[in-house]
Design a protein around this ligand. Structure first.
Ligand code: SF4
Length: 290
């Protein structure tokens, strides 16, 4: 029978593990906990926690609540959300990842020092992503978001540039952006950049590529909302054409695994290990009935 292998390096990053740990600890003693946005970009894990009493809410919902317990997830929030929570007597369970807190602090310090001297604070990140919204808030939404190094033309090279990156962006993309700005920044104009990419994501990539190459087919398990999941899936697919994106065991079709001797299961930083184990059991059952 074919071998089914779970990648030992896949699964939650420490930021997500801590956030879920905080939610579970709280739910053991208290009944009601609100999570502002999905605690993790994985529906299956969100559903598991919702069964324990957690309820996912939006920022609009937060405006209507008072005197309740609300968890801020690992991606972080802008200062305006903290102000709103304080106004409404919300008790906070702040699960912002320490890596994101440090990044927010750095962006805020640069904004405080250079926010009104014509400098450009640039965030290499995805517009609308929760972490980027939190970072933009540190600059009163004045920072410039670049999603791709090709957007570099939007910058003014005659003015100072302070560049940061969303923690989950690709290191290659960030380095390319640095290279392009360095080539065009005018002489004597400061260009300061800080590599703030989380190594729990970037270090995963070389390993995932190797894992994809070692197996005949890859079942990449991720929630559809995970940007990290989409990026890592694309990287696996580039190495192994027989790579399939699935969100739950029932997504596996027999043609995906047909003829494979080694079936690899891996996932994003938002993919729970229990879900990959469920996929493994499902695949083994499929193989047994063939
Ligand atoms: S990917 Fe890194 S920065 Fe983001 S939550 Fe996980 S550990 Fe924190």
């Amino acid at each position: 029978m074919a071998k089914v292998i779970i990648d030992t390096h896949s699964g939650f990053c420490t930021g997500v593990v801590k956030a879920i740990g905080k939610a579970e600890n709280f739910l053991e003693s208290e009944k009601d906990l609100y999570s502002l946005g999905d605690i993790v970009h994985n529906n299956m894990e969100v559903e598991r926690l919702e069964k324990k009493g957690m309820q996912t809410i939006t920022h609009e919902d937060l405006m209507k609540l008072r005197d309740v317990d609300v968890l801020f997830r690992a991606h972080g929030e802008p200062p305006s959300t903290y102000e709103l929570a304080a106004e409404r007597g919300i008790r906070l369970i702040d699960a912002t990842c320490p890596v994101v807190i440090n990044l927010q602090k750095r962006v805020r310090q640069v904004y405080e020092a250079h926010g009104d001297d014509g400098s450009q604070i640039v965030l290499f990140g995805k517009k609308g992503h929760a972490e980027v919204i939190g970072l933009m808030g540190q600059t009163h939404d004045t920072a410039i978001i670049l999603e791709h190094p090709d957007e570099v033309d939007r910058l003014d090279f005659s003015k100072p540039i302070y560049l940061f990156s969303q923690t989950t962006k690709s290191l290659d993309g960030f380095n390319l952006l640095i290279q392009r700005i360095s080539q065009r920044i005018q002489e004597g104009i400061p260009f300061v950049y800080k590599d703030t990419i989380c190594r729990q994501v970037s270090n995963r990539l070389p390993h995932l590529k190797q894992f994809s190459a070692e197996n005949d087919c890859i079942l990449f398990v991720s929630g559809k909302k995970s940007s990290n999941g989409k990026a890592l899936f694309d990287s696996c697919k580039a190495v192994n054409a027989h790579t399939f994106f699935i969100s739950e065991p029932a997504d596996v079709r027999t043609e995906m695994i047909r003829g494979a001797e080694r079936i690899g299961i891996c996932g994003a930083t938002s993919t729970p290990l229990w879900l990959m184990e469920d996929v493994k059991k499902w695949v083994e059952n499929l193989l047994a009935v063939k």
